[in-house]
Design a protein around this ligand. Sequence first.
Ligand code: 13P
Length: 253
Amino acid sequence: MRRPIIAGNWKMNKTIGESIELSTALKRVLFDEGSVDIVLCPPFTALSEVAETILDSNLALGAQNCFWEEKGAYTGEISPLMLKDLGCKYTIVGHSERRQYFGETNQLVNKKIKTLLKIGINPIMCIGENLEERESGKTFDIINNHIEGGLLDISSDELLKITIAYEPVWAIGTGRNATPEQAGEVHRFIRKKIEKLYNGESATLLRIQYGGSVTPENISDLIKDPDIDGALVGGASLKSDSFVKIVKAASNK
Ligand code: 13P
C-alpha cells in the first residue's frame, strides 16, 4: 500500500560530466521501472543537466539541501523556489552531515520543510542517533526529539508529502548497516510516534526509508521488513550497477 522509495544521495561527488554519465546510465535501465519511486539527488551544480537527462522517465530529481526563505539577501544560499524551477520534486533536509558540520537544528529543519511544502516540493527529513547516543540508550529520545522538532506545526495533509529517512549516524559511510531488526525496531517506533502525534491513518500512509551503508547485498533483507519502505543510499548510489540492483530489489516488495 505504501509505494517503495529509493533515493540516491550523491553528496559532494560528481562533476557535471560524471553526473550526466551516471544519470544517463540509470535512465537507460530504470526509465520505465513502475513500482518504485526513484529519486536522484546530485549536487546543486549538476541539477540542471540531470533534470534534462532524466526528462520523460520515471526518475525524479531531488536536491540535498535548501535554504528556508524563498528569496532575498542570503549570499550563497539556494531557495526551494529555485529548486522547483530546476524541476526538483524532492529535497533532503536535516541530513546528519548537515546537522554535524553546519549546525542544522530541528528548528531550521522545520523552517525548511515549511517552505518546501509551500513551494510544492516533497521533503525527505533525515533523523537518527549517533553511536554514543545508541550505546547510552538514548536512541528513542533522539528520534522523538527530531520528529517533534522537525514536524512542529505540520498538518496531517502536509505530512503525507514528507518521507522520513531513518539514518543512524553510526551506519553512514561505515560499511556497518543497521540490521533489519535494528532498523525495523526504530521504524516501528517512528510509526507509533506519528500515530500519537497525528492519527492511525497518517502513521499507515507515511513512508519511512532506511539509510546507512545500504548495498545490493543487504537491501533485500532490509526491504522485507514491513515498516521499511525504501532506502536513502549514499556510496552505493554513485555507481549505476549497484544503484540499479538496489532499486530492483525494492521493486519486489
Ligand atoms: P552511505 O550509504 O554511504 O552510508 O550514506 C548514507 C547516507 O548518508 C544517505 O543520505
